[in-house]
Design a protein around this ligand. Structure first.
Ligand code: ADP
Ligand code: MG
Length: 246
């Protein structure tokens, strides 16, 4: 794929849940290494947008292209493309009955067919990178929320994703643990990872994002560089939203 081509392109994507038109002609192009923060009121379609990017949700019309290939609706090709996109959820979603190390090695061994010894070595390096190598042999319930979320990030990175999606990764955390997770995300961004981040952490948006996308009622209402967006939101809905959260 040409280096200059965007990594992710959504072109007039529509998604309905029954009568609800959750994504309305959403077009969005994300460059390699770009960090896009998605903000907007609850129910505006942010999670659905993330889930459609790696086709956890089927779409009704439009196209999604990832790394130059249009995403198929299903099948093996989809599974392969999906594993190129790491996803981190609000609720950690670690396997409760597996150790932290096993959580991180499972995908590489089962899906990527890596040798167990190599997978373990890489997993330990990733756990070290997110600051929890000393928790490797514990079970998720023994860790704090911040540690569990960092484990979830390490698990996603173990699949060598080309992009990472974060859906409100710090919303379920106690306030004192938000920073440690955002720090890991900030360093990932600095290393050039392509990231789509749904968050209410406006500090992260200001400092780590290349672009802020504001969603409301299933539409991308407005997008701009963070400094410009926060200083001069143009739509009434973005102004209203910012006045409530800042
Ligand atoms: P956000 O993440 O911005 O809060 P969501 O993408 O979760 O918004 O939801 C957008 C809209 O779609 C909401 O009205 C929500 O209730 C609805 N919705 C989300 N998932 C489903 C589903 N699986 N079935 C029916 N409606 C859904
Ligand atoms: Mg959501």
């Amino acid at each position: 794929m040409a280096e200059g081509e965007p990594l992710i392109v959504l072109d007039r994507v529509n998604k309905h849940f029954g009568p609800l038109h959750v994504l309305q002609d959403v077009s969005l192009s994300i460059d390699r290494g770009e960090v896009v923060v998605v903000i907007g009121p609850s129910g505006s379609g942010k999670s659905t947008l993330c889930r459609t990017i790696n086709r956890l949700e089927p779409i009704n019309s439009g196209t999604i292209t990832f790394d130059g290939q249009e995403l198929p609706a299903e099948g093996r090709a989809l599974a392969r493309l999906r594993s190129d996109v790491g996803m981190v959820f609000q609720s950690f979603n670690l396997f409760a009955h597996k150790t932290i190390l096993e959580n991180v090695t499972l995908g590489p061994i089962k899906v990527r067919k890596e040798k167990p010894a190599e997978a373990r070595e890489r997993a330990m390096a990733l756990l070290d990178r997110v600051g929890i190598a000393n928790q490797a042999d514990k079970y998720p319930a023994m860790l704090s929320g911040g540690q569990q979320q960092r484990a979830a990030i390490a698990r996603a990175l173990a699949m060598r994703p080309k992009a990472m999606l974060f859906d409100e990764p710090t919303s379920a955390l106690d306030p004192e643990m938000v920073g440690e997770v955002l720090d890991v995300m900030t360093s990932l961004a600095a290393e050039g990872m392509t990231m789509v981040v749904v968050t209410h952490e406006m500090g992260f948006a200001r400092h780590a994002a290349n672009r802020v996308v504001f969603m409301a009622d299933g539409q991308l209402v407005e997008q701009a560089a963070p400094a410009e967006f926060f200083a001069n939101p143009t739509s009434d809905r973005a102004k209203d939203f910012l006045s409530k959260i800042l």
